[in-house]
Design a protein around this ligand. Sequence first.
Ligand SMILES: NC(=O)c1ccc[n+]([C@@H]2O[C@H](COP(=O)([O-])OP(=O)(O)OC[C@H]3O[C@@H](n4cnc5c(N)ncnc54)[C@H](OP(=O)(O)O)[C@@H]3O)[C@@H](O)[C@H]2O)c1
Length: 202
Amino acid sequence: MKILVIGATGTIGAAVSEALDGRHEVIRASLSRSALAVDLADPESIKRLYASVGTVDAVVGAAGKAAFGPLLALSDEDFALCLTNKLMGQVNLVRFGVDALADRGSFTLTSGFLSRFPTPGSAAISLVNAGLEGFVRAAALDLPRGLRINAVAPGWVHETLVALKRDPSTGAPAARVAQAYVKSVEGGMTGQIEDVVGSQGT
Ligand SMILES: NC(=O)c1ccc[n+]([C@@H]2O[C@H](COP(=O)([O-])OP(=O)(O)OC[C@H]3O[C@@H](n4cnc5c(N)ncnc54)[C@H](OP(=O)(O)O)[C@@H]3O)[C@@H](O)[C@H]2O)c1
């Protein structure tokens, strides 16, 4: 399969690209550190990306910025960032990507465990993640030509906790998170949200 991975330089996207590489042709895209540049927050940039890659068999969205902070401290700009970047950026990957996908191709988006298991400070990101999961379930009913769509909902990733200098023992290794994306790309599921959590359920 020819697979387009957006966010391929990130903690999750790099692990997904590595897991798919070898068995598939992986096309890596990201904001600034890949050969192929795309800005999820800019619809025209997404359209240009699809025009440049031609037909693909799968699209993986593993990018998207969101704001974290106490509800009453979140600004209009924080909410706008979440909505235009992680939420509508990934929704637009689907809207503008349908014609680029081969029959029975798939989209795999990234939400997050905070959609259904919030913590203090997660109001904006929980909003976005829950919105993405609702979108995936509904879009699966509408997509033509046998196209599939799923989301992976990671909890904390081990490598991210290490980078944040937090206790990494509760995180799932990126390589294990990547297997949920592989399952979505290579399997037959659609409309599904695949949770991947660490050993203590976070
Ligand atoms: N890591 C976690 O613990 C965790 C847990 C749950 C959910 N998630 C979700 O998983 C996704 C990826 O997380 P991550 O930790 O792998 O992120 P990361 O390590 O910070 O990497 C971010 C990736 O997204 C790309 N990117 C950033 N802004 C972009 C934009 N506007 N348009 C296109 N690409 C953009 C970056 O590209 P460049 O390198 O080129 O800048 C990079 O490839 C995020 O949506 C995050 O909310 C992460």
